[in-house]
Write a protein that binds this ligand. Structure first.
Ligand code: G3H
Ligand code: 13P
Ligand code: ZN
Length: 323
């Protein structure tokens, strides 16, 4: 058993308390490799932002869970050496079983998500409650989910959004004891969030549902998944340098800013990082076709990621200076 406290990590409770009172959102940034982790840590140290480092089941399989633990430990040593004290949580993103959540708690995660959103309401409550019982015994935070995002969730493809039903949130939160709740108000995972006809613009998120939920569970931390903006500059770069991403559309940043200043305490961003990295690597390959040293394309990709995460913290989430 590796306690996250020995690694210098924090659970999410203190971060969310500050986010609720300060009206900002803590970034939930996914990583799979060294360059992504370095970029997230550099951007959050430089902007003095709290951060939730997110590892999906796929990332855990890809990067090796033992290495991940040591990467988190290394990140905390870098934070210490920087002299800037930011809280860092290591979070399981979209945990799909009790056993996976337990394994993550045992290997040093300070927060886990149990995603029972594809199950019936009662089954979701039962599973989430079981995870909360185990996690809270180890002072680890738990995120639950109600409502289903369109797109890929839990390695299952959902054609349609099932918005969170406000009438279910109170019962879910009180029966499970979760520390935060992911809801579905129109965001979705990936780079193709909205199918727009020519001339159409992105529809607004269902802020009415968010406001109703906020009234029913005031001050309770809400999480927004699928919150990449699919930044047009990166889609354009990808297409310019040989890629093919047609009709890739995300959530406009103004809408995310509005969400961050409400009950939304964590905003999950993965796809924007993937796009920034891919765009920069494609540019290097196109401009310097003879380049074959990975540092010469992963380095510029990392530098681009740092700027992208700093922009999110400062201009979208409002988390800069809130560590
Ligand atoms: O919500 C899903 C995240 O973007 C992680 O995606 O399962 O491909 O690592 P992944
Ligand atoms: P995006 O695909 O919009 O970046 O969402 C990421 C996410 O929700 C991770 O859990
Ligand atoms: Zn998600």
């Amino acid at each position: 058993m590796q306690s996250y406290k020995e690694l210098g990590l924090s659970n999410t409770k203190g971060m969310y308390a500050k986010a609720v009172s300060g009206k900002f959102a803590v970034p939930g940034y996914n990583f799979n490799n060294m360059e992504q982790l370095q970029a997230i840590m550099t951007a959050c140290i430089e902007t003095k932002s709290p951060v939730i480092l997110q590892v999906s089941k796929g990332a855990r399989d890809y990067a090796n869970q033992i290495l991940l633990k040591h990467m988190a430990r290394g990140s905390m040593e870098i934070v210490k050496a920087s002299g800037v004290n930011i809280p860092v949580a290591l979070h399981l993103d979209h945990g799909d079983s009790y056993e996976l959540c337990v394994s993550c708690v045992e290997s040093g995660f300070s927060s886990v998500m149990i995603d029972g959103s594809g199950k019936s309401f009662q089954e979701n409550i039962e599973l989430t409650k079981k995870v909360v019982k185990y996690a809270h015994d180890h002072d680890v935070s738990v995120e639950g989910e109600l409502g289903v995002l369109a797109g890929i969730e839990d390695e299952v493809s959902h054609e349609k959004t099932h918005y969170t039903k406000p009438e279910e949130v109170q019962e879910f939160v009180s029966k499970t004891g979760v520390d935060s709740l992911a809801i579905s108000i129109g965001t979705s995972h990936g780079a193709y969030k909205f199918k727009l006809k020519p001339g159409e613009s992105v529809p607004p998120l269902r802020f009415d549902i968010l406001e109703e939920i906020e009234k029913l569970i005031p001050g309770f931390p809400i999480v927004l998944h699928g919150a990449s903006s699919v930044m047009p500059k990166y889609v354009d770069m990808i297409n310019k340098y040989g890629g093919k991403m047609e009709n890739a559309v995300g959530v406009p940043e103004e809408q995310l800013r509005r969400a961050a200043s409400s009950a939304v305490c964590k905003i999950n961003i993965d796809s924007d990082g993937r796009l920034a990295m891919t765009a920069k690597i494609r540019e290097v390959f196109a401009v310097k076709p003879g380049e074959f040293d990975p540092r010469k394309y992963l380095g510029p990709a990392r530098a681009e990621l740092i700027e992208m995460y700093k922009h999110k913290n400062i201009n979208v989430l409002g988390s800069a200076g809130k560590a």
